[in-house]
Design a protein around this ligand. Structure first.
Ligand code: ADP
Length: 392
């Protein structure tokens, strides 16, 4: 069992920087968990404390049920892959991959032939079997990355720790290597903890993703959960491209229900959303709108309702289009409201919109979130009985 558990772990660097602040995480055996967040949020420090490369200031780190706070890195049985690969330049690929096994040959009871066999098997798994005689400088970036991964795998450790392993590769190779790492982990089933600042990489790789800011975990959940039910504005803004747009306003009563008053427009709130926001009337709030929640036509369900009320009750906002980016199959449109709030929408490539156009955008209210004010304002859209439904 290679369960990795962090219990209330903090790290204060000499000089007083609190890099990690009370992080508790339980990473299941065989799970692939990605730590993601902006630069400086404490991802690498967390990973390095698991590896034993940084001391824990308070709290405990346990691997496979054993507290390892005082266990040196080499005895933790984890393998780390770094951004800069950290290969030995004077050694061949074969020697690089065999290095850690050779060091522990007696302890592991391996003969030289056993090590050769393991290295060959791992190299062929990674498609670098024909590169074993080369030195790192004679390899491409992608090949070096495979060697670094191979060196980690060959040891058959309890856990793999990846620290931004793909950031030195070009965009195309990064996407290729990303799916390779995912496939490899599916095959080997080794507990994996992976650090990246790239939310797309996090979303595509992780069984669960851990979104961090200022040394604190804000949400730990599946990619879908984090995207669809972000616990607060920070998580909502960090995940998804183009990012969610935010509109300041106030919840107000209107005939027959509630509305979000954006200043110039009152956007009707209906159904469950109105129910959940009834306790927030007359308070400043923030509406978060995903790019694909905007459309130039009224949503079908609303126009074809039984009362024939057409788009009367639909949520809409008057905007001016500042910029249109055509991206092949879609267009990203950058808009401003009358109150000069910037918004980003995403529509089909064939939708006719142009820069300078003034029009009414419809909003699919099922894709809208309402937050408390502030950068980390709580998402009240899913609040049930005062508890954010997705905050677990
Ligand atoms: P991330 O990996 O998310 O970019 P880090 O874990 O590297 O973040 O850093 C978290 C915080 O700790 C940052 O403010 C960084 O400047 C600080 N930090 C990192 N390493 C050290 C160190 N060796 N000494 C002092 N402060 C550090």
């Amino acid at each position: 069992m290679a369960l990795v558990t962090l219990s209330d772990v903090s790290k204060v660097y000499p000089g007083g920087v609190t890099a990690v602040d009370g992080v508790s995480l339980e990473i299941a055996d065989q799970e692939f968990v990605v730590l993601v967040g902006p630069s400086g949020c404490g991802k690498s420090t967390t990973l390095r404390m698991i590896a034993g490369l940084e001391e824990v200031t308070s709290g405990t780190v346990a691997i496979g049920g054993r507290v390892v706070n005082d266990v040196p890195p080499k005895d933790r049985d984890v393998a780390m892959v770094f951004q800069n690969y950290a290969l030995y330049p004077h050694m061949t690929v074969q020697a690089n991959m065999a290095f850690s096994l050779k060091l522990r040959r007696r302890e592991l009871g391996l003969s030289k032939a056993d090590i050769d066999k393991k290295v060959r098997e791992t190299a062929s798994l990674l498609g670098i079997g024909d590169l074993l005689g080369r030195r790192p400088k004679a390899l491409s970036g992608g090949q070096r990355q495979r060697v670094a991964v191979g060196r980690a795998i060959v040891r058959n450790p309890k856990a793999f720790l990846f620290d931004e392993p793909l950031s030195n590769l070009d965009a195309k190779l990064r996407v290729e290597m990303r799916s390779e790492i995912k496939r490899l982990q599916r095959r080997l089933r080794t507990t994996t903890i992976y650090v990246t600042h790239d939310q797309e990489e996090a979303m595509t790789l992780g069984d669960r993703i851990v979104v961090m800011k200022d040394g604190v975990v804000h949400q730990c959940a599946t990619a879908l959960e984090v995207y669809e039910r972000p616990v607060n504005r920070f998580v909502a803004s960090f995940v998804g491209t183009p990012p969610m747009s935010f509109v300041d306003g106030r919840i107000v009563s209107r005939a027959g229900g509630l509305a979000f008053d954006e200043g110039t427009t009152k956007i009707p709130l209906t159904g469950g959303m109105a129910e959940r926001l009834s306790g927030h009337t007359d308070r400043e709030m923030v509406m978060g709108i995903r790019p694909d929640a905007f459309s130039v036509e009224a949503p079908v369900e609303r126009t074809s309702n039984a009362s024939g009320a057409s788009a009367e009750g639909a949520a809409r906002l008057a905007v001016r289009i500042a910029l249109v980016e055509l991206l092949g199959d879609r267009k990203d449109i950058y808009m401003t409201t009358k109150a000069q709030t910037s918004l980003v929408g995403r529509v089909g490539a064939r939708v006719s919109v142009f820069e300078g156009q003034e029009l009414t955008m419809f909003i699919d209210m099922d894709r809208v979130h309402i937050f408390e004010p502030g950068d980390t304002g709580v998402n009240v859209t899913f609040v049930r009985d005062g508890v954010a439904a997705s905050a677990h």
